[in-house]
Design a protein around this ligand. Structure first.
Ligand code: SF4
Length: 709
């Protein structure tokens, strides 16, 4: 480990998509001192509460340290790696021989490193021959992927974090960045206080992010695309379009504008549909129109919606129509939730992608097949997360390998998910920790995977910046890296030659070579400058933004200011949008709309942040944030307990009165699981209605009832 020299190890935070650089100084006793890396462009030395508490989360008490096999009594026995890997490979072989490759599925995670993701995707789609590879990133940013691909032509974030420093207006849509992307929010705050940039926050809930905003628009859930359709009309009618940009670099504007006029025929309609005062809407439109340097940044309030793709498109349309894209301080910007959701997208770890930002056209299938020398290339899109679990429940998928995620807590209808997982013929889990609900669903094999501090590879953050996650702790027990586990199974399936990697550097170099293979500038993702990267250069890799084609190793900060979209004719395509609507409406039985999301100091299912007493002190137990009027109406009070129930499940939560909560739309954090004192898996309450393009579920508006306990 490079930390032995006494120098800190430069690595990357394992939590949110900001991707902050970290200096880790191991203490030689299994712990480490943690500090922000001043040289990392994402955070310049800053860390949020979660990142700075990482040193408190390194204990091994909850870790899986040896391969485990479920016995006939449902308990787990320690087995050797050879026994576990042989059995996993034999089980997969038998199911493939009997039911075909599509009876096998992989459910991956934005917590995996790019190298782990790459080999899992390659094994499934190129060698086993199943397209059923999806990821918890489906719950996170798949609507942005779909919106980018439909409108921009590729899944490319046009801008960079520096834009947040030099924008004159930052619009946050469906994002509580103050809690969920704190280091970026700090950059926005600094721009606000030092340069006088204006900040607008658009969110049904008035959150910490709204505290210093110049304008707060607490719109009705599900009405975002109506608001932005109105903005497009305002820009058109005010003569504020960039006609040259529209003419040379886009298509579909007239259709998109005509569609906007049917959706948002006047300010009164928009005011009614969004529930916002007409004067506030007009003020927002004026501010946006008058400010050339505007960044519109969004997160899960836009993505986790049955119309998330349209919401993304509605925002992109306004930026395209004014040419405000890829310019310093100006552009649409997706704030990714997870540390490596982007890297997963890049290798093709989504069911609708094949590999390296390529889909399933005949040419793309052939290109990837030849590059991998793949004997069993998948030939059509696979099942997205919700459909994948439905196929498990229906018996179509017989073997599932879950890596680094906890679907029995995080997927919608989580009780049904848990029940479906328990019925699998072969259920494999690669995990760090023992205490989670997916393990309680009874996997046949638990494979102990490396955790942060031990992992060695790369991640990509929200601004397309690839950074190294470097190890600074030894692998404990019999723990192995995910890529190694996958390659060992591949070898036992007879694919050893294609998975004979010496380490993550070779995997990364192959991934980079695939992005550049027969590319010639025709695809956005090009890491050609890293194709064939040696171990020394890989170890020394500085954070860099893709595309980085051959000859441009310094990467690319911004794209599309002069068009050049990775689409036919180099043009972006503006699209008509569906009538804005929620998937489900409240009714007399379930009069509320349950909103869900993260809190400031916990991450996902708390397997790591739950180890820090300091972080747990922020909000110590499962809660529901409720507007005082709702509390009065439904007979619950501050500090009391309430039973919150939906069509899919129920949980008992402590009531927190919150003036910022939208009346009729309480907010429940997602972090607690069935193994805490109260079974408070919020995923068990959430509906699974999905966006038709992205397959992302609407997790922020499930009809619910509340009653005192
Ligand atoms: Fe980690 Fe995100 Fe906090 Fe940065 S902002 S320290 S990446 S959790």
């Amino acid at each position: 480990l490079s930390g032995r020299s006494g120098q800190p190890v430069r690595t990357t935070c394992p939590y949110c998509g900001v991707g902050c650089g970290i200096l880790a100084r191991p203490d030689g006793k299994g712990g480490a001192a943690i500090a922000g890396d001043p040289a990392h462009p994402a955070n310049r030395g800053r860390l949020c509460s979660k990142g700075s508490a990482l040193g408190e989360t390194l204990a091994l008490g909850t870790r899986v340290l040896h391969p485990l096999k479920r016995n006939a009594r449902g308990a787990y026995d320690r087995v050797s790696w050879d026994e576990a890997l042989d059995a996993v490979a034999a089980g997969l072989k038998a199911i493939i021989a009997r039911d075909g490759p599509e009876a096998v599925a992989f459910y991956l995670s934005g917590q995996l490193l790019t190298e782990d993701y790459y080999v899992a995707n390659k094994l499934a789609k190129g060698f086993i021959g199943t397209p059923h590879v999806d990821t918890n990133s489906r719950l996170c940013m798949s609507s942005t992927v779909a919106g980018h691909r439909r409108v921009l032509g590729s899944d490319t974030v046009p801008g960079c974090y520096d834009d947040l420093d030099c924008a004159d207006l930052v619009v946050l849509v469906g994002s509580n960045a103050a809690w969920c992307h704190p280091v970026l929010f700090r950059r926005i705050q600094q721009n606000h206080t030092e340069r006088g940039a204006r900040v607008v926050v658009i969110d049904p809930r008035v959150t910490a992010s709204a505290e210093e905003a110049d304008l707060v628009l607490p719109l009705k859930p599900g009405s975002d695309s109506l608001l932005f359709a109105g903005l497009l009309i305002h820009l058109a009618d005010g003569g504020l379009l960039d006609e040259s940009y529209l003419a040379h670099h886009t298509s579909g504007f007239e259709e998109a504008l005509a569609n906007a006029r049917t959706l948002a025929p006047g300010l009164a309609t928009i005011a009614e549909g969004t529930g916002l005062p007409a004067a506030d809407i007009a003020a927002f439109y004026r501010l946006w129109a008058e400010t050339p340097a505007v960044v519109t940044a969004w997160s899960q309030g836009v993505n986790q919606s049955a119309q998330g793709t349209d919401k993304v498109a509605a925002i992109l349309h306004c930026h395209l129509a004014t040419g405000r894209i890829g310019r310093p301080g100006s552009g649409p910007f997706s704030l990714t939730g997870q540390p490596n959701a982007m890297g997963g997208r890049e290798v093709g770890g989504l069911a609708n992608m094949l590999a390296a930002h390529m889909g399933y056209s005949a040419g793309e299938i052939d290109r990837v097949r030849r590059f991998w020398k793949a004997p069993n290339i998948a030939r059509q899109e696979g099942l997205k997360a919700v459909d994948m679990i439905d196929a498990v429940a229906g018996g179509g998928i017989k073997a599932l390998w879950v890596m680094a995620t906890n679907p029995a807590v995080s997927l919608p209808r989580a009780d049904a998910v848990k029940a479906a997982l328990a019925e699998l013929e072969l259920f494999i889990v690669s995990e760090n920790v023992l205490s989670n609900d997916t393990l309680a669903a009874g996997p046949h094999y638990i494979l102990p995977a490396a955790a942060w501090g031990e992992k060695d590879g790369t991640v990509t953050n929200s601004e397309r910046r690839i950074s190294r996650q470097r190890p600074f702790l030894p692998l404990p027990g019999e723990v192995r890296p995910d890529w190694w586990i996958i390659c060992e199974v591949a070898r036992r399936l007879g694919f050893g030659e294609a998975f004979a990697y010496a380490g993550p550097a070779e995997i990364y170099a192959e991934h980079a070579a695939l992005t550049a293979f027969e590319n010639e500038g025709s695809r956005d993702l090009d890491l050609g400058a890293h194709a064939g990267l040696g171990r020394g250069d890989y170890d020394a890799l500085e954070p860099v933004q893709w595309p980085l084609p051959v000859g441009r190793p310094g990467g690319t900060a911004r794209l599309f200011a002069d068009g050049g979209f990775f689409a036919p004719g180099g043009r972006a395509t503006m699209r008509p949008l569906a009538v804005p609507a929620l998937a489900s409406q409240p009714d007399a039985e379930r009069p509320l709309l349950l909103n869900t999301g993260r809190i400031r100091d916990h991450w996902h299912t708390m397997t790591r942040t739950g180890l820090s007493a300091r972080l747990s002190a922020h909000i110590a137990e499962p809660v529901i944030f409720l507007h005082p009027r709702d509390a009065e109406r439904y007979g619950v009070s501050e500090g009391g307990f309430a039973r919150v129930a939906t069509e899919h499940g129920a949980a008992v939560l402590k009531v927190v009165l919150d003036e910022g909560a939208r009346p009729g739309a309480p907010f429940a954090p997602i972090h607690w699981s069935g193994e805490t004192a109260s079974d408070a898996r919020i995923g068990a309450l959430a509906q699974a209605a999905c966006d038709p393009f992205s397959g992302q579920p609407e997790l922020k508006a499930t009809p619910a009832a509340i009653a005192p306990v």
